[in-house]
Design a protein around this ligand. Structure first.
Ligand SMILES: NC(=O)C1=CN([C@@H]2O[C@H](COP(=O)(O)OP(=O)(O)OC[C@H]3O[C@@H](n4cnc5c(N)ncnc54)[C@H](OP(=O)(O)O)[C@@H]3O)[C@@H](O)[C@H]2O)C=CC1
Ligand SMILES: CCCCCCCCCCCCCCCC(=O)OCC(=O)COP(=O)(O)O
Length: 400
């Protein structure tokens, strides 16, 4: 017998009462196979004649094999026998000489592909000029760390100059890595101030002379009922999350188009795909963001400029603490959902991978929010009922 081949099952006499005909079938325990020293199982319920035919059918080089199999299948319980035969055949195929090298080959090719993808990603980000807004806190801060370590030339943006300086100090003081790192630049401006964006863009472009990747990360959330919310609050959220990033992107695009090179990234949210109660201004700003950058992607294809929209679920940052409420005051509460969210470092690593792989649209969330997006599309009625019930519950818990 060739190594790697399975032993053929031992052929045992069936139930004596059953004979070779169509009588009742009985099962048999495993019995030793003569000469092989191993124990194999007779196929339950088959007569010696069945086994003889099966043995013939299983022997590929036996000329009468297929004929015998067909004859047998025509006269016996074809589905059961067929299944047993198929199992035996599959096992024989797997353990035959061809399948294992093929399997290892596939795994090898896949690993090689992944390695090449990783190398390409690293090369793409090394020495790339990356602008990050909202780098003073949360996800932006962690993005600064991972892109810095990957060898990117950073331009860190935020409103708080001191926080930017501290981050820069911390980054440059970090131990040397294999990859060459670069001292980040800082540009301070308020994204919600349209007048500040043109000046900030000129400053950004002066840092390294060009921009490879813009990460529109800065953002603010909101909590409140629509009926209680002033339009000024709606505008503030839209200015920060939508008009600011749109204006900055538009201001940087001409230089990217000229070079026929560039990558625009935007940190949206699961709430850019589904709307949940008491988040109207925030969800609206993120939906608008998704729509704008989807349009941009299509329009920029001719210039080879990439657009990546990233939609995370809850992340453990200061987002809820900094959220604005219906009357414009700061919410100032660390919500349970936020506190239980993913660590910003992990999400930042996912952002790095998505940018490196030039992904177009990425959802970084648990199963439930991801399923909710499908539910919104496939069964909107059900989704809206769930959201209405969520609103009722939230209102009730607030009144308590
Ligand atoms: N945390 C979460 O659960 C989720 C967050 N996101 C998104 O991630 C992004 C980052 O938020 P996150 O890190 O969580 O929250 P943080 O509140 O920790 O960080 C927000 C950042 O945005 C900056 N920012 C806010 N308003 C402005 C403005 N007007 N001009 C300039 N910068 C501003 C803040 O700067 P400053 O220090 O000056 O306030 C800060 O650096 C946001 O777009 C958010 O919508 C998406 C999904 C989930
Ligand atoms: C087929 C079965 C599907 C079942 C789906 C049930 C519907 C469950 C609703 C889930 C809602 C998830 C909301 C997620 C919101 C989120 O992740 O937001 C991220 C943020 O931007 C957080 O901002 P916030 O200020 O709201 O903290």
């Amino acid at each position: 017998m060739r190594p790697g081949r399975r032993h053929l099952p031992a052929l045992v006499p069936a139930d004596p009462g059953a004979g070779a005909g169509f009588g009742p079938r009985t099962t048999r325990p495993p019995i030793p196979t003569h000469g092989s020293g191993s124990s194999t199982q007779a196929i339950p319920g088959l007569t010696p004649r069945d086994h003889e035919l099966l043995l013939k059918a299983r022997t590929p080089r036996h000329h009468g094999g297929h004929c015998a199999q067909r004859r047998l299948l025509g006269t016996r319980d074809s589905s059961r026998l067929g299944k047993s035969l198929l199992k035996v055949r599959i096992m024989d195929f797997i353990t035959s000489t061809a399948i294992l090298p093929l399997l290892f080959g596939c795994v090898g090719i896949f690993s090689l592909f992944k390695l090449l993808q990783w190398i390409r990603m690293r090369a793409y980000l090394r020495n790339a000029v990356v602008v990050i807004t909202g780098a003073t806190s949360g996800l932006g801060r962690e993005c600064a760390r991972v892109f810095y370590t990957a060898g990117a030339k950073l331009v860190l943006c935020g409103r708080n100059q001191k926080a930017l300086e501290e981050l820069t100090k911390e980054l440059t003081a970090s131990p040397a890595t294999k990859v060459q790192t670069h001292k980040p630049y800082m540009v301070t401006f308020d994204l919600a101030d349209p007048g500040a964006i043109i000046a900030a863009t000129a400053e950004i472009l002066q840092c390294f002379g060009y921009v490879d990747v813009l990460i529109n990360n800065a953002g603010i959330s909101y909590r409140g009922a629509i009926v209680d919310t002033t339009t000024d609050v709606d505008k503030k959220v839209m200015e920060t999350n939508y008009f600011g990033p749109v204006a900055l992107t538009k201001a940087l695009l001409p230089s990217m188009i000229k070079r026929r090179q560039g990558h625009i990234v935007v940190i949206s949210s699961i709430q850019g795909k589904i709307s949940i109660p008491f988040r109207s201004a925030y969800a609206a700003s993120k939906h608008a963001t998704q729509a704008f950058f989807d349009c941009l992607r299509a329009e920029m294809e001719q210039y080879e400029i990439e657009v990546t929209v990233i939609s995370p679920g809850y992340i453990h940052t200061n987002l809820s603490l900094n959220a604005v409420t219906a009357d414009g005051s700061t919410y100032g509460v660390m919500d349970k959902t936020t506190a239980q969210g993913r660590s910003p470092v992990e999400v930042a690593r996912d952002v790095l991978a998505a940018v490196g792989k030039k992904k177009k649209d990425v959802i970084l969330a648990d199963l439930l929010p991801s399923l909710a997006i499908y539910l919104r599309t496939l069964a909107p009625g059900l989704f809206f009922s769930l959201m209405a019930s969520r609103a009722r519950k939230e209102r009730k818990s607030k009144n308590c």
